[in-house]
Design a protein around this ligand. Sequence first.
Ligand SMILES: NC(=O)c1ccc[n+]([C@@H]2O[C@H](COP(=O)([O-])OP(=O)(O)OC[C@H]3O[C@@H](n4cnc5c(N)ncnc54)[C@H](OP(=O)(O)O)[C@@H]3O)[C@@H](O)[C@H]2O)c1
Length: 315
Amino acid sequence: MSTVYVFTDFGGPETQQLLDRPAPQPGPGELAVEVRAAGVNPVDWKIRSGALGRDRELPAPMGREVSGVVTDLGEGVEGFAVGDEVLGPVADGHGGFAEHTLVRAAEAVAKPEEISFADAATIPVAAATAYDATHQIELDPGQRLLILGAGGGVGLMAAQIGSVHQFTVIGVASQSKRKIVESTGATFVPSGKGVADRVREVAPEGVDLIVDLVGGEALREVVGLVADPTRIISAADATTATELGGAALERTQEAMEKITEVIEYGLVDPHVTACYPLTEAGRAVAEVETGHATGKIVLEPTPCADPGHARSLVR
Ligand SMILES: NC(=O)c1ccc[n+]([C@@H]2O[C@H](COP(=O)([O-])OP(=O)(O)OC[C@H]3O[C@@H](n4cnc5c(N)ncnc54)[C@H](OP(=O)(O)O)[C@@H]3O)[C@@H](O)[C@H]2O)c1
């Protein structure tokens, strides 16, 4: 038997629970993966809430991004072998908050030795999103990139990528995140009422691109900082972004491999700030569901085997 964390109905966190069931068997083109770490993302609770549709089978396994070890190969898989260390998004209908899951071979990336399992588990969704958000519109060195939600899982990585490209990065986050945002090389601006004026103090001519990771009113408040509203990209709120003249983030195939290399070379740190055992999955999801997480939160089925990487371990 294999343990997996599921939600049993669309709604609140009370519908989440651990379940024991046979480990999933790989179908054609799939890898069976023994999960070593799984990234926790806002999309996990958004799916559970029903806000992203209600057409999935219940109980529905939770968790979209994992790292782990290949234990079996589905028909037709080439380029991977049992025992390989990999990272990837989980196959449809399966979950990452689990001892075992499935990843489509076409979407899997070999995990470099230099990257811990915990860091690798942040790549398929969060780090790849940060990569796409900072490449959809290319800035030149010195141009100003404003990141709204700079202290979260995607934001801290986007800020570091911006710094690597020598953009002038301005990171908006709550006061408690000042130090961690500044550690990326960004100029910190506190979020909340009057944020646009505070950004103007450090960028009197406005900014060249807004990467929005928050949406809603927070995005509306800063829209006047770009002269051209097509220079707004939102991963959080496509509706508001397009209404304001901007665009939704477009995800690309290449992002995962590219950002894996960048992390391998030590240019971007995923900032795993907490590691929870699978038995505490509910607490991990709740922390992200506050909307105010710092960096990345991961789950590890074998309790947080890589303590050097997580800044706080939750047991
Ligand atoms: N389209 C995609 O493929 C894709 C992929 C990944 C993520 N996303 C979306 O992108 C968004 C960010 O994801 P994430 O993983 O980075 O989430 P996260 O880790 O929860 O981070 C969100 C950050 O936003 C900050 N924040 C909240 N309100 C704010 C405000 N008014 N002003 C500035 N910062 C504020 C939060 O902390 P503080 O308030 O304390 O600063 C938090 O650090 C989510 O909506 C997620 O669903 C989309």
